[in-house]
Design a binder for this molecule. Structure first.
Ligand code: G3P
Ligand code: MG
Length: 393
């Protein structure tokens, strides 16, 4: 028997404060016609819960309502560049409601499944040297970042924008960048010094077997579209929403630059690469598995999971299809039709498109992807879904 807790007064107060109460119907003796843990939500972050570092007002009451109803939910973002622990700490503080580190899948989280495939990796993007720590937390054995390489020899990209202090702080001087080959390149997040990142990535793609500072002989290559070492991009967002009035270029734009330059340098029309992140099915499989695991943890103890503590997550393999999903419906709530909604629709999930991020009303006529619901904000999304599924709240 599952112990279902009704929303407490604190949640009701926060709903009133956020101006959301008009959507709510509290019943002290509520009879739920559908089981709340047979549906689930997956939330995008930027443009849905947060925008430009500021919380979206409806985010906190949304998450608190789902917690009180024991409805499983995860966060799925194409953002990243930090550890899952750091990201959820920041979100919990910013949104004012606790989120467990295993409740989030960042763009690069599925790279956890590749730690045994590659030994020495170049990790690109993200603030300071934080992506290095994320990669190490996943279990990658040898992680090098561009700051290590620029620190060792700034002439590799003479126009770099690192200060001497930054190189000293973020660059690891113990790394000998040329003594061993690199096995793969992982773009964890948007570059912060695009010139040096581009140059170093292209050097490695065109190297002799991954040795930095070498150049392979084009004439001897059987297939020029295959780079010297594999490259993985963690998301393909051409655009994303921050506090600026227009959508900004994302990692997808950087990917286009890398591919285009590779094609030019190799006189070929393709670069063989791997792209994960929304809308890719690999990422949806990963989060679906994590969501099934999270539901079991909620059912075991709903109070415990929402307090700081280490929880062991069953990490799926990349491409592992979820077995026996307990969910009748999963709803992806997103602001980006091309990533959130497209990915959900392809995957057979329902989707809600909000108007607090990339998508605006004026885009309506250009909308080629059809979400299940178009709503003003995240709170309207979940209340619409709860009503549709006859779950009282
Ligand atoms: O691609 C940029 C990234 O910040 C988008 O994040 O949360 O909207 O998937 P999100
Ligand atoms: Mg978004």
């Amino acid at each position: 028997m599952i112990n279902i807790r009704l929303p407490v007064n604190r949640s009701r107060r926060s709903l009133v404060a956020a101006g959301c109460l008009k959507y709510s119907r509290f019943h002290t003796s509520a009879i739920r016609r559908n089981n709340p843990n047979e549906i689930a939500f997956v939330f995008d972050i930027d443009g849905v819960l947060i925008r430009g570092g500021q919380p979206i007002p409806q985010a906190k009451p949304t998450l608190e309502l789902l917690k009180s109803l024991q409805v499983p939910f995860m966060l799925l973002t194409n953002g990243g560049g930090v550890t899952e622990h750091q990201r959820t700490q920041y979100l919990s503080k910013n949104l004012g409601t606790y989120l467990n580190p295993i409740q989030i899948v960042q763009s690069h989280t599925p790279f956890k499944t590749l730690t045994n495939a590659y030994r020495r990796v170049l990790v690109v993007g993200g603030p300071e040297d934080k992506a290095r720590h994320a990669a190490i937390s996943y279990g990658f054995q040898e992680v090098v970042i561009p700051a290590d390489i620029v620190r060792a020899d700034p002439s590799i990209w003479p126009f770099h924008k690192y200060t001497a202090e930054q190189l000293d702080q973020w660059g690891d001087k113990s790394v000998n960048v040329a003594d061993k080959p690199f096995d793969a390149i992982f773009v964890f997040n948007d570059p912060r010094d695009m010139g040096s990142d581009l140059q170093i990535i292209l050097d490695l793609l065109n190297s002799e077997n991954g040795y930095l500072g070498t150049k392979r002989n084009l004439e001897k290559l059987e297939d020029r579209s295959k780079p010297a070492i594999p490259i993985y991009f963690s998301n393909n967002d051409l655009l994303w929403a921050n506090e600026y009035k227009l959508s900004r270029l994302g990692q997808g734009a950087f990917r286009i630059c890398v591919e285009r330059l590779y094609q030019e340098l190799n006189e070929v029309d393709k670069l063989e690469d791997t792209i994960i992140g929304k809308p890719n099915v690999l990422t949806y499989d990963y989060v679906h598995n994590a969501l099934i695991d999270w539901r079991l943890k909620i059912l075991a103890n709903n109070d415990l999971v929402y307090h700081p503590q280490e929880l062991t997550q069953v990490v799926p393999q990349l491409g592992e299809k979820p077995q026996n999903s307990p969910f009748k419906k999963v709803y992806m709530i997103g602001d980006n039709p091309a990533s959130d909604i497209q990915g959900a629709n392809n995957y057979g999930w329902e989707s809600c498109l909000v108007k607090t991020g990339v998508y605006q009303d004026s885009d309506f006529h250009n909308l080629t992807v059809k979400p299940t619901h178009i709503v003003d904000n995240v709170y309207e999304a979940i209340t619409t879904v709860l009503k549709t599924n006859q779950i009282n709240f």
